[in-house]
Design a protein around this ligand. Structure first.
Ligand SMILES: [Zn+2]
Length: 282
């Protein structure tokens, strides 16, 4: 753990005012009590059915079933709090900006924990659990740009009786609403909020790449990993459980991110609020 914190701190220092890109996945939110999508932790309740139920196909065949499935999961996600890893990343962003460095945080998570911790240069590439949108393409509340706060949806009738007639509807056009998340049978460029153009630009211009709590073999992580290796940029991955690096050029940091990121901050004199008070949900 000490070696890993030293390595990470040295690397962050060495970037100077370069472009630091951080990519986070479900592992960073585990310590906040949110089960992973595909993890091996006992709470990984989503791993069985997510590729089947997290699809537009399922929504179109059974809108009420899709809403029930998401409501049960997202209600639990939305009342969680950021842990010291989220706070440390927000603090690193501020520290790096203060030395005129470029920074982007790309998260695969739909939970709101990075925002709650204060991250600003943030892309939620898979959407947001706290938003919904209209299913009608081109509606002001639907793709390609529109969305609504989940909190503004009246779910009372649906909670009482989960049938299609009780689903919340778009206030502008009356169409069914849907989750504001990227489904497995959809594309990154379907909605402006996924900020796919910003992601591609970051992959082309990064000076250093840091993965936190994500498997490195799928979708957006693969894009960043290949880009960084092609450009011969340093790549670090914080993952306490990883057996071996996906590429020999990736420096694996095998420690929990909620311990390692605050420890690296401490070495750099970066104040990361929340770390001291953390009791943990592990
Ligand atoms: Zn609409």
């Amino acid at each position: 753990m000490n070696d890993a914190a030293d390595t990470l701190a040295r690397q962050l220092e060495a970037i100077g005012n370069g472009h630091l890109v951080v990519v986070t996945g479900a592992g960073i939110s585990l310590a906040s009590g949110i089960p992973t999508f595909r993890g091996t932790d006992p709470g990984a309740i989503w791993k069985k059915d997510v590729t089947e139920l997290g699809t537009r196909r399922f929504f179109e065949s059974d809108p009420a079933g899709s809403w029930s499935w998401y409501t049960s999961r997202f209600d639990m996600v939305l009342d969680k709090q950021p842990n010291p890893a989220h706070h440390a990343l927000a603090a690193i962003e501020g520290w790096h900006a203060a030395r005129s460095g470029r920074f982007l945080l790309v998260t695969q998570n739909v939970d709101p924990l990075h925002e709650r911790a204060g991250s600003e240069r943030l892309v939620k590439v898979h959407g947001s659990a706290d938003r919904v949108r209209c299913t009608r393409q081109g509606c002001e509340h639907g793709a390609p740009r529109g969305s609504l706060a989940r909190a503004d949806c009246d779910m009372t009738a649906f909670a009482h009786e989960p049938v299609i007639e009780n689903l919340p509807r778009c206030p502008a056009c009356g169409s069914l609403l849907r989750q504001h998340v990227l489904w497995f049978d959809e594309f990154y460029d379907e909605h402006a909020d996924y900020q796919w153009g910003r992601v591609l630009l970051a992959a082309q211009t990064l000076s250093c790449l840091l993965f936190v709590g994500t498997s490195l073999s799928v979708g957006v992580t693969d894009l960043f990993l290949r880009a960084a290796i092609e450009m011969d940029r340093p790549v670090l991955a914080i993952d306490p459980g990883a057996a071996r690096p996906p590429d020999p050029r990736v420096t694996m940091l095998r420690a929990p991110s909620e311990d390692l990121l605050p420890a690296a901050c401490a070495r750099l004199g970066i104040e990361a609020p929340g770390a001291g008070a953390w009791a943990g949900e592990r």
